[in-house]
Design a protein around this ligand. Structure first.
Ligand code: F3S
Length: 423
């Protein structure tokens, strides 16, 4: 424990000047600061709260949120929510039971009462109103979004827990430790890649191999820029580069505990500081084939009949929806297809006519949730296919499904034919 310095205003909040709800939040932030040796607290511009699904919260979690809201806790900076366990508007139509929907809605009501905006998405960085800027301090709890904010944007955030992110939103601050400090942002591993990394699925396989080796370190990708087109000027579109980096960060965080990576000559801190950003004791990792990653993620090669094909983990960008609609135009699907995204991106896709094309083929553009946080087994799903590295890991673990893994085209072919074709 170290001496954490608080301003008079922060001390007052800790002593209960604004009621028990704010006091409880300040206690959480201060306790974490003391545990991690933070010198002080830092104001945050935006908070992303995870752990929203009733599947994760359970009744105890819902009761805790209600109690906090009843105590008068209100957020003082913009705060948004991760996906819930179901689509909020269409849960009945999609087959979710009222036993799940009722407590799920109750949890969301408690968040809303505290002033949180129910965006229900893991990609706040794709929203024009919330996209972070370089150098901003944030308190984000969604691990895939943390990797994006730190790495692609050069913002500063630790990987918060659900309650600590909400606490940071209520007091508008977080403890200054970890990735809020420049000295902790230097690379611990240098990754050299000598094989092609072409598709989103390739980036997912790479994320497994690097995440496993790096753990909670900071990888420096020495030559990955060769496989990345430039990011679009409007980064909220995703684009080919954004869609690959979205998957890379999600998989690094899921298979390791990576919150920050650098791509030489590409990501902002790597461009600004060059190899000075690599620690002298950094370890070298060489990747010359992605076969190991595919072997683990495409975990059930015996499965060919697919119950649910799911794309959009992290939530699909508009550029992914454009690619999917282009492939599905005029097709009829033989199996269920979910493209999971946010309400905001779905509305954007609907305006472009993409949702109509996908629905005409029999696919569903599902907002607010994903196949990990939704109780998909209760919808009868036993086998799934995806192009997303994180989904390939989490869905079998959280929902006990069998998984096939491949690139988007292979997944869409499986949705059209109902069967996975081994390549
Ligand atoms: Fe998002 Fe669900 Fe994937 S929360 S990162 S779509 S597992």
């Amino acid at each position: 424990m170290t001496d954490l310095k608080l301003t008079p205003e922060e001390t007052a909040l800790l002593e209960g000047a604004e009621g028990p709800g704010v006091q409880r939040a300040m206690e959480i932030v201060v306790t974490l600061g003391r545990i991690y040796g933070a010198p002080d607290l830092v104001p945050v511009r935006h908070v992303q709260i995870a752990g929203v699904s009733y599947k994760n919260l359970g009744d105890a979690g819902v009761a805790f949120l209600n109690e906090w809201a009843e105590e008068g806790a209100r957020v003082r900076v913009p705060a948004t929510l991760n996906p819930a366990g179901m689509e909020l508007e269409r849960w009945q139509e999609m087959g979710f039971s009222p036993d799940f929907a009722k407590p799920q809605m109750e949890a969301i009501k408690a968040f809303v009462k505290m002033g949180v905006t129910p965006t229900m998405s893991c990609t706040p960085y794709l929203f024009p109103d919330y996209a972070p800027q370089r150098g901003e301090h944030l308190a984000w709890a969604e691990s895939s979004a943390v990797a994006w904010a730190n790495s692609v944007v050069g913002a500063f955030t630790n990987r918060e827990g659900g309650p600590s992110a909400l606490a940071a939103a209520i007091v508008g601050r977080t403890a200054r430790y970890g990735y809020h400090l420049p000295e902790n942002r230097r690379a611990t591993h240098v990754v050299e890649i000598s094989c092609p990394v072409r598709s989103i699925a390739d980036f997912g396989a790479l994320s497994y191999m690097v995440g496993k080796r790096v753990g909670d370190g900071v990888p420096w990708f020495a030559d990955l820029a060769a496989w990345l087109p430039p990011l679009p000027e409007d980064i909220t579109l995703g684009g080919d580069a954004g869609d690959r980096l979205k998957t890379l960060g999600a998989g690094l965080a899921a298979y390791g505990a990576v919150a920050l990576y650098h791509v030489a000559g590409y990501t902002p801190e790597a461009r600004a500081q060059g190899e000075a950003l690599i620690r002298a004791d950094a370890r070298r990792i060489v990747i010359d084939s992605l076969a190991e990653g595919y072997g683990v993620m495409d975990a059930n090669p015996e499965v060919t009949a697919i119950d649910l094909v799911t794309l959009g983990c992290p939530h699909a960008s508009i550029s992914e929806l454009r690619r999917i609609a282009a492939r599905l135009k005029g097709e009829k699907l033989a199996t269920r297809l979910w493209i999971t995204t946010s309400q905001i991106t779905r509305a954007r896709a609907a305006e472009e006519g993409l949702v109509a094309i996908i629905e005409a083929a029999g696919g569903e553009v599902v907002a607010d949730t994903c196949a990990v946080v939704a109780p998909v087994r209760s919808l009868g799903v036993r086998t799934m296919a995806t192009n997303a590295g994180k989904m390939a890991n989490y869905a079998p673990m959280h929902s006990g499904v069998k998984m096939r893994y491949g690139d988007m085209e292979q997944c869409l072919d499986a949705a059209i034919s109902g069967r996975w074709k081994n390549s």
